[in-house]
Design a protein around this ligand. Structure first.
Ligand SMILES: [Fe+2]
Length: 220
């Protein structure tokens, strides 16, 4: 996880960017907005050669997720970017060309990061109509789960310490943005069958161990 900036202007949403590295190659998931590009780039450079970045992954079309795309492509114009197919006509407005995008089917997709199998897991309508989470079955980590942009005040924890406090802050967001009961039910049924030790959301702290199941039960 790269971004958690208590100094950021309060009109911006706090977002999480995740770098998954394997055998000297890495993928950046939900690279973030324009405003955070330099911080994310610097953070990556502090742990590895940024040349080892081989792909981007955008869970959906929102600017807090992928408006930095053109800056990443300025760094490396050949970087591919996985996106839900539904947004293939929209995300290119942030940058890239025909060769940049690898569309993900509605049913999801398996792909390899230099030998590590990753899975784009459908989460449509939660909240975006074309939306994918990302699952690493080796590490048992589930990334980019839909979770409220409304975080508890002064939230700086990397992992959820007080489940009830975190959920309370997110309730309003979830009522407004997660409009489909059918989609929620389908997602919960699918995800509850997966082996997950850590659930890492787009916003806020990650759920560990028993809190993963608590989150799925609460969401349902
Ligand atoms: Fe979004």
């Amino acid at each position: 996880m790269i971004a958690r900036d208590p100094e950021k202007p309060n009109f911006l949403i706090d977002t999480n960017e995740y770098l998954i590295s394997y055998n000297g190659k890495s993928i950046l998931t939900d690279p973030g907005g324009i405003e955070i590009f330099s911080a994310v780039f610097t953070a990556i450079s502090s742990v590895e050669n940024p040349e080892s970045l081989t792909a981007l992954f955008a869970s959906h079309q929102d600017p807090d997720i992928i408006s930095s795309l053109s800056m990443w492509l300025e760094f490396n114009p050949a970087l591919p970017c996985y996106i839900p197919w539904l947004w293939a006509g929209f995300i290119p407005h942030f940058g890239g060309n025909k060769e940049t995008f690898i569309p993900i089917a509605d049913s999801g997709m398996l792909f390899s990061l230099n030998g590590l199998q990753l899975e784009a897991v459908p989460a449509h309508y939660l909240h975006s109509s074309g939306n994918c989470n990302l699952y690493d079955s080796t590490a048992k980590i589930f990334f980019l789960v839909i979770f409220g942009a409304a975080l508890p005040e002064n939230e700086t924890d990397i992992f959820v310490k007080d489940f009830d406090r975190v959920i309370k802050a997110a309730e309003g967001f979830h009522r407004r943005w997660m409009g489909s009961e059918v989609a929620k039910k389908e997602w919960c049924e699918r995800v509850s069958k997966m082996e997950i030790d850590m659930m890492c959301p787009r916003h806020g702290a990650s759920f560990l161990g028993a809190d993963v199941e608590r989150f799925i039960n609460w969401f349902l």
